[in-house]
Design a protein around this ligand. Structure first.
Ligand SMILES: *Cc1c(COP(=O)(O)O)cnc(C)c1O
Length: 383
């Protein structure tokens, strides 16, 4: 058995042809393909507006800026996320305020949010961890009660549904990632959706140097050389090469997701039988996008720790990753005074978490190999 990486994209002839066609079209930067991808994506997630970007991180940044967040404000998020969720709060000049996770879903615990709301709180950034949705009803209620903006970090949540509603249709803003390891890939790329036209227009301007609307077509026969800068914006736009990939990926998302679900199901069946392991939470009420399969080793379940378990898996040719190192553990955040001990559920989750390989390209043989490897190690190192 060859080494099984923990994540791989599914790029087929159709994607390759789409990118080559784009190269022949001479539109390399933002152009008609980006506009088409935005249109199809907003219809897919049932939002009024969508803006293609070069990353989810860019989306998180300009969504906060469009909502008027800045110096002196506080923004609530989860410590159990990729650093981009918190870094972008810092970029606006605001202060991240972490709220510990629910130990079962590993998402921000809505019951713990209100006690962290102050006069300075402006927004909540919930992160749909691994593709399982946050409990959005109480979060939206709290936001309404305290006049807060909700910006969803949906980097894992293309395809996720919360109580029948698409992620992308619920909060004030939703930010998606099409990074190379995500469920829908464009290499690098992202999309931000919103129902609010004013915010959508603001973000469009911010994402392209602050240049006035529709500046992207200034080199075509429909464009004009004249533009005005209304704001010192960023260079955050998507390109047509990325959009060409994204359009093909979106058209096959359903079938890719079916395969993810199939694999997750097989893992669940196998690992729920083994003492010392906790399988990821999922239920009938919500649609899980299965971006990640995060298996957890119970505390004191084994004679080896998580780091050693990962080394043993590597020996058996199984690639893994860890999602996530809690943000307050990072040197930059420690130096700001954050302490991971203040978020015991996030710390406990981190100590046991192993992300197993999960992607549509995996063969049944590879899936069975991962199951055999984990089962064998669990047996060998049982306490
Ligand atoms: C991947 C990821 C991001 C960043 O996405 P980019 O498109 O790489 O900017 C943000 N938040 C979470 C939770 C992620 O996993």
């Amino acid at each position: 058995m060859e080494f099984i990486p923990y994540a791989l994209p599914l790029i087929e002839d159709e994607e390759i042809k789409a990118v080559i066609d784009t190269l022949h079209s001479n539109w390399l930067s933002k152009g008609p393909k980006t506009v088409e991808f935005e249109k199809q994506f907003k219809e897919y997630v049932q939002s009024e507006h969508a803006l293609g970007l070069n990353s989810c991180t860019a989306g998180l940044h300009i969504a906060q800026l469009a909502a008027g967040i800045g110096q002196g404000d506080e923004v609530i998020t989860t410590p159990y996320t990729f650093v981009a969720s918190a870094n972008t709060i810092i970029h606006t000049g605001a202060t991240p305020v972490f709220v510990d996770i629910d130990p079962v879903t590993m998402n921000i615990d809505p019951k713990k949010i209100e006690e962290k709301i102050t006069e300075k709180t402006k927004a909540i950034i919930p992160v749909h961890f691994a593709g399982y949705p946050c409990d959005m009803d109480p979060i939206m209620e709290l936001a309404k009660k305290h006049n807060l903006i909700v910006i969803e970090d949906a980097a894992h949540a293309v395809y996720t549904k919360y109580k029948g509603k698409m992620i992308g249709s619920i909060g004030d803003f939703t930010c998606f990632s099409f990074y190379a390891t995500k469920n829908l890939v464009t290499g690098e790329g992202g999309m931000v959706t919103t129902h609010n036209e004013e915010w959508a227009d603001k973000m469009r301007v911010m994402s392209l140097h602050g240049m006035s609307k529709a500046a992207w077509n200034r080199y075509s026969d429909k464009g004009t050389w004249y533009y005005e800068v209304e704001y010192p914006g960023f260079k955050y736009n998507m390109t047509d090469m990325q959009a060409a990939l994204g359009l093909v990926q979106l058209s096959k998302l359903e079938s890719m997701q079916k395969r993810r679900e199939e694999i997750a199901q097989k893992y669940n069946e196998a690992f729920s039988q083994i003492d010392g392991l906790t399988i990821p939470f999922s239920n009938e009420e919500n649609v899980h996008a299965w971006h990640l399969y995060v298996l957890r080793l119970k505390e004191n379940g084994f004679t080896i720790d998580r780091a050693q378990f990962i080394e043993e898996l590597k020996e058996k040719k199984v690639g893994t990753s860890v999602h996530f190192i809690p943000v307050p553990m990072q040197p930059y955040y420690k130096q700001l005074g954050y302490k991971v001990e203040d978020y015991p559920n996030a710390l406990a989750a981190f100590n046991g978490a192993i992300s197993l390989p999960l992607y549509p390209k995996m063969t049944d043989e590879q899936v069975n190999h991962v199951i055999a490897a984990v089962s064998e190690l669990a047996q060998t190192f049982k306490k």
